[in-house]
Design a protein around this ligand. Structure first.
Ligand code: P1T
Length: 384
């Protein structure tokens, strides 16, 4: 299938998924095998060992690459493994400029693991292009954005940041987990690499941990493929298959996440117990104009400021449909408290500087009936 002339929904259902040549199965088989029988010494059917190649994984890689408008995809065992692989292309002494409000686990990996191995990191507020430009050094090889950021829903101008990175000879990578390729396609804006925690919107059903990197850069692709083979963070075939089942409905789910996210943001914005709201789809978001320019929808991720830990706790524990849990992007609605949960590993002062207060609550709005979700939040806020 030539992906070039097909649209997103058709690619979501079909890209990377020809009928199985053996039995004609319309669904890609789960090649649940660690090794492949070789017809003779030195000959293979193109597959030797599943850390290196697996047909189910390849189908997923082709599918997500098509959705991001990329030539290549490399799947990993988690989102963090995918981000780690992108940074492990670098060598000791190299420098990375990273958005400061990245997922707490990304920040922890950079500061507590990779910095120990000799990589240097500078964290900046990438909303301001001058701060990115000022952080660039002669040894800067990578700029990592997360947009929208987790959990403050800050945006970075991908095109502008790419120009700054390229001028300094660095590559630009976007963690596109929060937006999903349905809402934002960073490679079309000039980015070199896109990473996802496929645990989230790509899979969409809260039943796997996975990651994927896509790129149009052949050298980067070869390096990532080598790194995965050499270091081993591969996803299992069953998880790849589940994710592939998820991406078939990505466009349908995202439309509903976008619609529900927008409705809930509007409801919460006017609520007397809510002191502030972070949602790029609201005209009151300071970067709404940029959101409209570089995104096609604004996702189901909404963060609200309740004003105190007590009120945040009452809200997070008081909902009946929204489940209190980490993670996001599944069909079911989740509620979480970033300071005590997803960003607990970020030092408190840095957390506060980013706006992650003890009163902040994050919603991952699912695809349930929005009226039920609004009533649920309303009853929880009444007791908050
Ligand atoms: O959990 P894992 O698949 O390894 O993905 C890590 C990751 C990477 N990037 C972003 C933007 C993320 O949000 C995450 C994981 N985030 C959560 C678990 C969370 O609840 O925010």
């Amino acid at each position: 299938m030539n992906a070039n002339n097909l649209r997103f929904a058709t690619l979501a259902v079909h890209a990377g998924q020809e009928p199985d040549p053996g039995a004609g199965a319309i669904m890609v088989p789960i090649y649940q095998t660690s090794t492949y029988v070789q017809p003779a010494l030195g000959q293979t059917h193109g597959y030797e060992y599943s850390r290196v190649q697996n047909p189910t994984r390849e189908a997923l890689e082709e599918n997500v690459a098509a959705l991001e408008g990329a030539r290549f995809g490399v799947a990993f065992s988690s989102g963090l493994a995918a981000i780690e692989a992108v940074t492990k292309r670098l060598s000791s002494g190299d420098h990375v400029v990273s958005e400061e409000n990245v997922y707490g686990g990304t920040h922890r990996m950079f500061t507590q693991v990779l910095a120990r191995l000799g990589l240097e990191f500078t964290f900046v507020d990438t909303r301001d292009p001058d701060l990115i430009a000022n952080a660039m050094r002669p040894n800067t090889r990578l700029v990592l954005l997360e947009t929208p950021t987790n959990p403050m829903m800050r945006l970075c101008d991908i095109q502008g940041a790419t120009e700054i990175a390229h001028e300094a000879g660095a590559l630009l990578c976007v963690d596109n987990t929060f937006a999903s390729p349905y809402n934002q396609r960073p490679l079309e804006l000039g980015a070199d690499i896109v990473v996802h925690s496929s645990t989230k919107y790509l899979n969409g059903h809260s039943d796997i941990i996975g990651g994927i990197v896509v790129t149009n850069n052949e050298t980067v692709h070869e390096e990532l493929y080598f790194l995965r083979k050499a270091t081993g963070a591969v996803p299992g075939p069953m998880d790849c298959w589940l994710c592939l089942r998820g991406t078939k409905t990505l466009h349908l789910r995202m439309r509903q996440h976008n619609e529900n996210g927008q409705r809930i943001a509007r409801f919460l914005e006017g609520h007397p117990k809510i002191e502030g709201i972070h949602y790029p789809g609201l005209p009151s978001h300071p970067q709404h104009e940029l959101a409209c320019r570089q995104m096609r929808g604004f996702t189901g991720m909404v963060s609200v400021e309740t004003g105190s830990l007590e009120r945040a706790r009452a809200l997070a524990e008081g909902t009946r449909i929204f489940a209190l849990a980490e993670s996001l992007g599944g069909v079911e609605s989740l509620i979480s408290h970033p300071a005590l949960m997803t960003h607990a590993s970020v030092p408190p002062q840095r957390r506060l500087a980013m706006g992650i207060s003890d009163g902040l609550v994050r919603l991952s709005v699912g695809v349930e009936d929005a009226d039920d979700l609004i009533e649920d939040l309303d009853q929880a806020l009444r007791s908050a």
